[in-house]
Design a protein around this ligand. Structure first.
Ligand code: ADP
Ligand code: MG
Length: 237
């Protein structure tokens, strides 16, 4: 499902967190929102999700105006940095939860859960509890849970941010492969230039609530559009 953001502004009091942003995200792409802390990345993601309402502007999903649509009606899956799994439920129960509250049949839930565990490479760990998993495995359960309801859009807010460098690197490569298999439109937030470069088809560079540049990793790296992009993306020294 494609996402169109038209002149969206979001203020908190007198502070403008997202400042007249327009952006198109094409269906099936894997896009990174990249920028320093406080640049409005999470707010923009929450606006797409319907967790925040814009003060002005429009959000279209599949060409239809979704600005006033509820979170539930947007058919979106989320994963956050500290996405708590249900501690008293096994991996399998965690993944099944969203389907069960949507009243899917038992047979359908069972088959889909096994499929998803295979997809996130956690086959065999379905009966474990979250406390018996590593941080990287927990985030993969969170991804399987988000995908369980067959969302049209997957939104990830610094999904690997809390993990150590080695695990983060593995999960990046894994997210790329997962996306190549599932093709769900995915928007992920990161402040890590390398992560955005390595994983995304397209990078949206944000600063102070505005979009500075949109382009492929190569375009953004080779032809930074603004001084900010140049200093933020430029070769690390
Ligand atoms: P990022 O994800 O890029 O770090 P955020 O979108 O979380 O940035 O926040 C952008 C700015 O908006 C920050 O300065 C933050 O303090 C402010 N902000 C975000 N959410 C709220 C809120 N609910 N109430 C007040 N200020 C907020
Ligand atoms: Mg954030």
């Amino acid at each position: 499902m494609g996402i169109v953001i038209e002149n969206v502004t979001k203020q908190f009091g007198s502070f403008t967190a997202v400042d007249n942003v327009s952006l198109e995200i094409s269906s099936g792409s894997l896009v990174a929102l990249l920028g320093p802390s406080g640049s409005g990345k999470s707010t923009l993601l929450r606006l797409i999700a319907g967790l925040e309402m814009p003060d002005s502007g429009k959000i279209l999903l599949t060409g239809k105006d979704a600005t006033n649509q509820s979170v539930q009606d947007r058919n979106i899956g989320f994963v956050f940095q500290h996405y708590a799994l249900f501690k008293h439920m096994t991996v399998r129960q965690n993944v099944a939860f969203g389907m069960e509250i949507r009243k899917a049949t038992k047979g359908k839930v069972k088959g889909r859960v096994e499929e998803l565990l295979e997809l996130v490479q956690l086959k065999g760990l379905g009966d474990r509890y979250p406390s018996q998993l590593s941080g990287g495995q927990r985030q993969r359960v969170a991804l399987a849970r988000a995908l369980a309801v067959e969302p049209k859009v997957l939104l990830l807010d610094e999904p690997f941010g809390a993990l150590d460098a080695k695990v983060r690197k593995d999960l990046r490569a894994w997210l790329r492969r997962l996306h190549d298999e599932v093709h769900v439109t995915t928007v992920f937030v990161t402040h890590d230039q390398e992560e955005a470069m390595e994983v995304a088809d397209e990078i949206v560079v944000m600063n102070k609530g505005k979009v500075e540049q949109v382009g492929t990793p190569a375009q953004v790296y080779d032809h930074p559009a603004t001084a900010f992009v140049m200093s933020f993306i430029g070769p690390v020294n």
